[in-house]
Design a protein around this ligand. Structure first.
Ligand code: SME
Length: 154
């Protein structure tokens, strides 16, 4: 996978626009279309309480609210670091939103003190290897730098 080329295309797509919602919507569509074997790609945002709330995404309809302290998204958010799960059925706390998902990668936005997460799922076991993790983290980083934090953030 040529993540360098994807990075160039992404910068083209997001440049000239700073609106968080618009760039998040295009970023989810870009990731879903351009990265092979992806069943779901999208955002969850902290709501100021104990939950993460669904944001722009591509794929099947998903859970609207996830507890911050649970699931793969909650763990990545709480720790402020990327989580890769090769087999979601072996992750004790996984929250099933889409029964087709087998592996998952969640990147906090931004790392350390996140306001949300970007979640990407695959129907293939162990879809997200070290190369994918590094490439996707770099693309998420490009997204983060293309927008201000979401305006609805407390
Ligand atoms: N599996 C995630 C929930 C979100 S969906 O997969 C879209 C989790 O365990 O946090």
């Amino acid at each position: 996978m040529d993540y360098e080329l994807l990075g160039k295309q992404l910068r083209e797509l997001l440049s000239g626009e700073r609106n968080h919602l618009a760039n998040a919507a295009n970023f989810a569509a870009f990731m879903y279309q351009q990265i092979p074997d992806v069943s779901w790609a999208g955002f969850y945002y902290a709501d100021g309480g104990g939950e993460l709330v669904l944001g722009p995404f591509q794929g099947r309809p998903a859970c609207t609210r996830l507890p911050k302290g649970r699931g793969v998204c909650g763990a990545a958010f709480t720790r402020g670091e990327t989580l890769v799960v090769d087999d979601v059925n072996a992750f004790p706390d996984h929250i099933i939103c889409d029964a087709a998902a087998r592996s998952e990668l969640v990147v906090p936005l931004p790392p350390n003190a996140p306001y949300g997460v970007f979640d990407i799922d695959s129907a293939r076991l162990a879809r997200f290897d070290a190369e994918a993790r590094d490439g996707i983290e770099r693309l998420v980083n490009t997204f983060i730098h293309s927008v201000a934090p979401p305006p609805w953030q407390a």
